[in-house]
Design a protein around this ligand. Structure first.
Ligand code: URA
Length: 175
């Protein structure tokens, strides 16, 4: 893909990984250095924390699908820019439509704001459900943010969000 300028510095496209029939899809911001090297999302330190976050509510990485708003690493891990998000949006929309997950776990401001088309900060968006087409979207903090801010308060909030995701995941699977 050469639809945006992220193609110039990337090593690999990080399309996504996991269960193509997942009931829950996890959407991060964009690949970091480890992801760009391996071609898989969330495989570095933040990825290991994501695995533990999911496991804390008895969800395994294998049963969900994991991807990002942009599929190529932004240089120096800067935030993806609006033109890059726009170029990649049809790919994410196609993934969402194909997988058809009823629960979307959005990690961080960039992913949540892009998906919900809002400018509200993550601190205001998290902690509750947002309608998202025929699905529900649950925003929470990025694992990288939690690693940089190891206080109990953020951890507790992330745990609340994950329990909400777990509840919705069960509700949609039952019904
Ligand atoms: N952080 C993200 O937002 N995405 C990844 O794939 C890895 C770390």
């Amino acid at each position: 893909c050469r639809l945006c300028k992220l193609c110039e510095a990337r090593n690999t496209i990080v399309f996504g990984s996991g269960n193509p029939r997942a009931g829950l899809i996890v959407i991060g911001e964009g690949p970091g250095a480890d992801e760009d090297a391996q071609g898989l999302p969330f495989v570095g330190r933040a990825g290991q924390l994501l695995t533990r976050m999911l496991e804390s509510v008895q969800i395994s990485r294998d049963e969900v699908y994991i991807t990002n708003t942009v599929k190529c690493r932004p240089p120096s891990n800067r935030n993806p820019e609006p033109d890059e998000l726009a170029a990649c949006a049809p790919v994410l929309a196609a993934q969402l439509a194909t997988i058809g997950a009823k629960v979307v776990l959005a990690l961080g401001s960039v992913a949540t704001q892009a998906l919900l088309r809002t400018k509200e900060p993550i601190g205001k968006l998290r902690g509750r459900l947002h309608p998202f087409g025929s699905a529900v979207l649950i925003p929470t903090f990025r694992p990288a943010f939690l690693l940089r801010n190891p206080g109990q308060e953020y951890k507790r909030m992330a745990w609340e969000d994950l329990k909400l995701a777990r509840r919705e995941y069960d509700r949609h699977r039952a019904g």
